[in-house]
Design a protein around this ligand. Structure first.
Ligand SMILES: [Zn+2]
Ligand SMILES: [Zn+2]
Length: 147
């Protein structure tokens, strides 16, 4: 995952400096859990990374499709690492566990028919949408049953 991110950056013509490579390591360590730029900065500032570097690099990784933004009830500043099969820059609808933050991806966009209806009714050409479901994952459901 780390290698792939570095490769993607280099192929896009960006230098992978030491701070960037540290940030990538920290990002990959988040696995499929959402994180904020602020939390990542807190983690990396000891290593000498500035806030601007952290946020600029996150934005860059997002632009390259390696991260995406997540809109959670507590705010929109979260990022999530895109799984390798979803680093194609296409949109993927998601379902997020509000307890543990795990993100699952829908195989298919459930919106295509709805979008056709919306386009017809409004006369707009619909180009994109963001669809995130919020819920509780099966693991969290199971552990809350036990309690
Ligand atoms: Zn969960
Ligand atoms: Zn969709």
């Amino acid at each position: 995952m780390e290698e792939r991110m570095i490769q993607t950056l280099e192929q896009a013509g960006h230098r992978v400096t030491e701070p960037r490579s540290q940030l990538i390591k920290a990002v990959v360590a988040q696995k499929e859990r959402p994180f904020t730029g602020e939390a990542l900065y807190e983690e990396l500032k000891e290593a000498g990374l500035g806030r601007a570097t952290v946020f600029r690099t996150l934005k860059l990784l997002q632009d390259l499709g390696l991260l995406s933004r997540l809109h959670l009830p507590e705010g929109c500043q979260h990022y999530i690492v895109s799984p390798p099969e979803h680093q194609d820059g296409k949109h993927h609808d998601r379902i997020i566990c509000r307890v543990c933050g795990r993100v699952a991806y829908l195989d298919e966009c459930p919106m295509s028919e709805v979008i056709a209806d919306i386009a017809k009714a409004s006369g707009y050409k619909v180009e994109t949408h963001h669809l995130d479901f919020l819920g509780v994952c099966s693991d969290c459901l199971a552990s809350s049953d036990e309690n």
